[in-house]
Design a protein around this ligand. Sequence first.
Ligand code: UD1
Length: 419
Amino acid sequence: MEKLVIEGGQKLRGEISVSGSKNATLPVLAATLLTDKPCVIHNVPRLRDTLTMIKLLRSLGKSAVLEGDKVIVSKPTTSYVADYKLVSTMRGSFCVFGPLLAKFRQASVSLPGGCVIGIRPVDLHIKGVMGLGAKIHVESGYVHAKANKLKGTYIYLGGTFGSSVLATANVMMAATLASGVTIIDSAACEPEVVDLGNFLNAMGAEVMGHGTPQITVRGVKSLHGAEYKIGPDRIEAGTYVLMAAATKSDITIKNLNPTHIMALLHHVQEAGVSYKQKGHTVKITSRKNLKPVSLTTYPYPGFPTDLQAQFMALMATTPGVSVITEKVFPDRFIHIAELNRMGAKIRREGYSAIIEGVKSLYGAPVMASDLRASAALVIAGLAAKGRTEIHRIYHLERGYENMDEKLRGLGAKVWKEKE
Ligand code: UD1
């Protein structure tokens, strides 16, 4: 096991390039199960989670090879059973459910279970495919779905906490091979859903309205192979924006889609950070003392829950009081305790965190608990005085490509050490 060591207090400078989106890659790779023809996916980030999805594809009969940032998927899909061992390590694996059901008219996928950010049920995924005509039973930790025929219909997919990204993905994929027209209402509008819809269309599907709350899928008889380039990772881009903000630095972030991080840019600007956007590049300038800013997370285009912990790390070092409310995963506050170990003053009240920003944090040994919480600890460590050691960094490696290397390129004193 490795730990990440950070000597805090360094200013960042220079340029970094954003990798392909992890959360777009996972459903796009799952969609290759819909065809037996070869598919080539470009701009795939080399991450623990993408490697897990590649393993899962292989366990379902595919050949999947990662060459540089390209994944070549070929060979027929031969199994409709997604095993507990792989699904339990990554919740995103559940997005093989829709394609397997569409392809075989049956699917058995292990229930992903809870994780540190909350319970994370799959009722909306199940509701969606039942709408298409699948019969479901849950037994021994697996969701089994079976349908003689999948038939297009109207499906309202909104849940208690709004739309669901992966439920939208699963229902979209299942509907591509159903007969007739499916309308998914209250669909997730996240850019990752747009990537998936575009890839499905490149495979010969007829998906319309992806990126809006109402998606229409006209079923087709079969899908063919396709080549596709994954879009940039907006959460990685946003994390680097917050790193620059917290260390009062100027950096240039290349290769991103600035429209995907508008909610974040708006909030950091309100705090006093300036940004200039030109094409696929954003220049961040953070010099003066920042102001506290309160926010609430929402589904896209609202402020993303996947940047909540990182924004909290910034507010922890911004004198004054701010309130961060979590409306997507109401229990996603595990990072508070670790930030407090570094001198932050944060307390939880229901679905909100009250942050009394301090002048500076101090380095400390801390524990990564989930992917985005780990990124928050990196931000805190970069801004803190002294040395921070982050243990269990495999969480970070699930979602950030070469973060230590990219940070060293910006002049940060960051390195990995064996535990
Ligand atoms: C995806 C992202 C994750 C991000 C999340 C919200 C991937 C691989 N993961 O996860 O990084 O944090 O979107 O932007 O893309 N819910 C239900 N019933 C369901 C499904 C979800 O109640 O059947 C609830 C969840 O518990 C949560 C909310 O809906 O409160 C949104 O979750 P959802 O959008 O489904 O998250 P994921 O798609 O799993």
